[in-house]
Design a protein around this ligand. Structure first.
Ligand SMILES: NC(=O)C1=CN([C@@H]2O[C@H](COP(=O)(O)OP(=O)(O)OC[C@H]3O[C@@H](n4cnc5c(N)ncnc54)[C@H](OP(=O)(O)O)[C@@H]3O)[C@@H](O)[C@H]2O)C=CC1
Ligand SMILES: CCCCCC/C=C/C(=O)O
Length: 492
């Protein structure tokens, strides 16, 4: 049993009231760590520390190059500790070690990339149409930024927010999900080791309702970057709007994954299976609605069922495991609930549909890879985010119908399709309303490429050069070079 402390103002702290909560391993349901149950007071302390660090002390005096150097040093430390961090993530969220090792080895790139960008943030000199006036712009940091992250990929989704925020000169308070706080606290040790000044990065652990809301409403907080559910995103957006705080929201998805009849079928089968069953379906970009052209529908369905049947469920720390548990007991209940809803709606369960009948797996929070065929796009199983290993299969006839079904959802985070026809690739990728489109591949992400949602899937884009603008504001400076300032009562 491991005991953690929070990281506030460069110090390792218990919650003000001394409370802790347990964090459990989804593979066996066992408690493995105690996390401080921070509350309002702790959240306020963290924001105040971040505010002090932003306004005084060494951080605002650092050159942009020095900030970049610190970020690159942090990237190196993450790389050196990738295996340890990946193991903590797996113990906390049950994702496969293969996936988390890949993530942890890739995450340093965010700190290198945005570290490299820190000293390339330039203003402009604008030739305004005013005589004797020099006009230039400065891109300035916002102040205290808050990152509220979910349990599916805690350190990756933190990197999306923290790396550009620090590169731009802000300070930061992180609030990880109550279900997966340990990795962010382990990560804070590396921030300390990298030599960031006290208060520049803080972690408050605890529950969304009190810690999260305090962070969202505190008057010193300038910006909230959130990844999570649509419902919590809406709450955060509403609270932030009342005080004109800036937000980036990366919310849910019901991503269409389309297979046209000219697709390379074996590649498409592999892409579709990994699109929904990798990460046990617990990813906002899961390809959870499979649209298959009618001509190949039955053959394709048979192939994916046969492949999904072979998935090895088990200990996510074993590299041979292909499907791990779901992360939380509420999530398990939610997924089983949706499976019942789909059955009640008349969809045909052609694979899985419950918890595995296996003594070892029954200790953990496992759901069988599940496939429903005969789904209509107006069913709840096709419209609502399940966030689990549940695939809804819908037939279609024409390209127009595929695009119509793909877009007939409130979400618009991602989409994928498989075809060999270049004209179709260009037309369909333009017609689908989603922030990321994959063609003949799925779930590829890069620190260099913007991602985010259309419609209810969110506001703003993370990653890519432009995302650093989410953490800056522009000031326009006008300097008169005129010798006389005349005519006091007119606008200049
Ligand atoms: N887009 C994505 O990547 C994700 C989407 N989801 C979707 O959300 C569903 C539910 O998962 P859940 O964990 O409840 O997701 P939430 O959106 O509730 O949680 C995400 C983060 O927000 C925090 N939070 C919760 N309430 C508030 C609040 N009022 N103010 C500020 N922060 C808050 C949570 O803290 P705490 O953990 O303490 O509640 C957590 O850190 C999933 O089934 C899935 O559909 C979930 C995870 C990721
Ligand atoms: C297009 C949105 C991409 C979100 C990437 C984050 C994914 C995390 C995960 O799959 O765990």
């Amino acid at each position: 049993m491991q005991t953690y402390k929070m990281f506030i103002d460069g110090k390792w702290e218990d919650a003000a009231n001394g409370d802790t909560f347990e964090t459990k391993n989804p593979f066996n349901g066992q408690t493995w760590a105690a996390i401080p149950k921070g509350g309002r007071e702790d959240a306020e302390r963290a924001v105040e520390a971040a505010h002090r660090a932003f306004t005084s002390g060494p951080w605002p005096k650092l050159t942009a190059s020095a900030r970049g150097h610190l970020l690159r040093r942090l990237g190196d430390l993450i790389a050196e500790n990738a295996e340890h961090l990946a193991t903590i993530e797996v113990t906390d969220n049950g994702k496969l070690i293969n996936e988390m090792l890949f993530q942890l080895k890739y995450i340093p790139q965010w700190y290198y990339y945005f570290g490299g960008l820190a000293d390339k943030i330039e203003g402009a000199v604008i030739p305004i149409d005013k005589a004797d006036t020099l006009n230039f712009t400065r891109n300035e940091p916002l102040g205290v930024c808050v990152g509220i992250t979910p349990w599916n990929s805690p350190l990756l989704l933190l990197a999306y927010k923290l790396a550009p925020a620090l590169a731009a000169g802000n300070t930061f308070v992180a609030k990880p999900s109550e279900f997966t706080s340990a990795s962010t606290l382990e990560f804070a040790k590396l921030v300390e080791q990298a030599g960031f000044p006290a208060g520049v990065f803080n972690v408050v652990t605890g529950f969304g309702a009190d810690v999260g809301e305090t962070l969202t409403t505190h008057r010193y907080v300038a910006k909230i970057a959130f990844t999570g559910s649509e419902g919590t995103g809406r709450k955060i957006g509403e609270l932030a709007a009342r005080n004109f705080k800036k937000v980036t929201l990366e919310l849910g998805g019901k991503s269409p994954h389309i297979v046209f009849d000219d697709a390379e079928i074996d590649n498409a089968v592999n892409g579709v299976i990994s699109g929904i069953f990798a990460a046990t379906g617990q990813t906002c970009i899961a390809g959870s609605r499979l649209l298959v052209q009618r001509k190949i529908h039955d053959q394709f369905l048979e192939k994916i069922v046969n492949l999904a049947k072979t998935a090895r469920m088990g200990d996510p720390l074993l590299t041979s495991t292909q499907v791990g548990p779901v992360t939380t007991p509420p999530q398990l209940e939610k997924i089983l609930g949706y499976i019942n809803i789909a059955k009640g709606e008349g969809a045909e369960c052609v694979l899985g549909g419950g918890r595995p009948d296996n003594a070892e797996l029954s200790r953990g929070w496992f759901v069988e890879p599940t496939i429903f065929s005969g789904v209509r796009n107006d069913m709840r199983i096709a419209q609502e985010e399940v966030f689990g290993p549940v695939l809804a299969v819908i037939p279609f006839d024409s390209d127009e119908e595929a695009v119509h079904i793909a877009n007939d959802t409130n979400y618009g985070l991602a989409a994928g399709f498989w075809t060999q026809d270049m004209r179709r690739i260009l037309k369909v990728s333009a017609a689908i309303q989603a922030g990321t489109i994959w063609v003949n591949t799925y779930r590829v992400i890069s620190y260099m490429s913007p991602l985010g949602g259309y419609k209810h899937s969110g506001i703003g884009r993370e990653n890519g050069i432009a995302s650093i603008q989410n953490y800056m504001q522009t000031k326009s400076v006008m300097i008169s070079t005129a010798e006389d300032v005349a005519n006091p009562f007119i606008m200049r």
